[in-house]
Design a protein around this ligand. Structure first.
Ligand code: ATP
Length: 275
């Protein structure tokens, strides 16, 4: 996809399986929105091949759109409609809508059904956004940075909503800036940087994290921080703790860590940006 001289995404290749939660990660300007808008049929690509639910989004019609739910970055709620009214209105656009009451329960807004959108908190408005995307009972849901601006507990509650969609067998294409969100929710993660895919895999084995060196840290008797990198942390710990027990030493602040998904992400995206 080019915007004039700017090639926003180039040669990206990805596949999302039915029923999967797929997380698409990347820094600002990486090409996420461009890609997602092409998949949603909102942006005309300048090259390449795309199939979503078996059709080219650029030429797909109403029946196709009926099978898709979209939650954009900014909400488009009518501030003066209540939760129930908003959902009833939206349900009317789809041929086989889910029941409005069921949708309200699914997004956890039971207590707010009669509140106007403008009286909802940011997190509750976001849930209503998701409800609007779900009321058409779509097979495939696009969620663009759904939890940006949420407090930690609102994010966790929202993750429960997503988990319940997984149980309903929905396919979810999620864009996010939060590594812990991808880690917690996604079956597979793809990282895009500067218009190219730089890594793809499960959250566990992305960037071969499982095989990466572990770091053991503790403070010695003099209070100095000690840090050991090792590919065999079990053996290393055994030696270390046996010696400490024998000598009656404490290993203050002992911890063993591997690179987090965030470390891998920062590493991969900074390399791509420096190209
Ligand atoms: P963010 O996380 O900030 O939302 P993104 O990964 O979604 O970023 P895109 O919005 O897809 O990034 O932008 C990718 C690149 O394409 C950027 O360099 C951006 O400046 C450029 N771009 C996006 N939309 C247009 C447009 N309509 N015209 C020209 N350039 C554009």
């Amino acid at each position: 996809m080019s915007y004039g001289e700017t090639e926003a995404v180039r040669g990206i290749d990805l596949e999302v399986a039915s029923g999967e939660i797929f997380a698409f990660l990347g820094p600002n300007g990486a090409g996420k929105t461009t890609t997602v808008e092409i998949l949603e049929g909102y942006r005309r690509r300048t090259g390449g091949e795309v199939r979503v639910l078996g059709e080219d989004p650029e030429h797909a019609g109403r029946a196709w759109r009926d099978r898709i739910g979209i939650v954009l970055q900014s909400n488009s709620l009518d501030p003066y409609l209540t939760v129930r009214e908003s959902l009833e209105l939206y349900a009317g656009y789809f041929s086989h809508p889910r029941s409005v009451e069921e949708t309200i329960a699914l997004v956890g807004l039971e207590g707010k059904a009669d509140s106007r959108a403008r009286k909802l908190s940011g997190g509750q408005q976001r849930r209503l956004d998701v409800g609007m995307a779900l009321v058409g009972d779509p097979e495939l849901l696009f969620l663009d940075e759904p939890t940006t601006g949420f407090d930690p507990s609102a994010r966790r509650q929202f993750w429960d909503v997503i988990e319940s969609l997984r149980e309903l067998g929905k396919t979810i294409f999620l864009t996010t800036h939060y590594m812990d969100e991808a880690q917690r929710l996604a079956d597979r993660v793809t990282i895009i940087a500067a218009g190219r895919i730089v890594a793809a895999g499960t959250p566990e084995d992305l960037g071969e994290r499982e095989k990466a060196a572990a770091t053991i840290r503790y403070r010695d008797a003099a209070g100095e921080e000690v840090s050991i990198e090792t590919l065999d942390p079990v053996r290393e710990l055994n030696l270390l703790t046996s010696a400490a027990l024998e000598n009656g030493e404490e290993l203050d602040g002992l911890e063993v860590t591997r690179p987090s998904l965030e470390d891998v992400y920062l590493d991969l995206t900074s390399t791509a940006a420096g190209e």
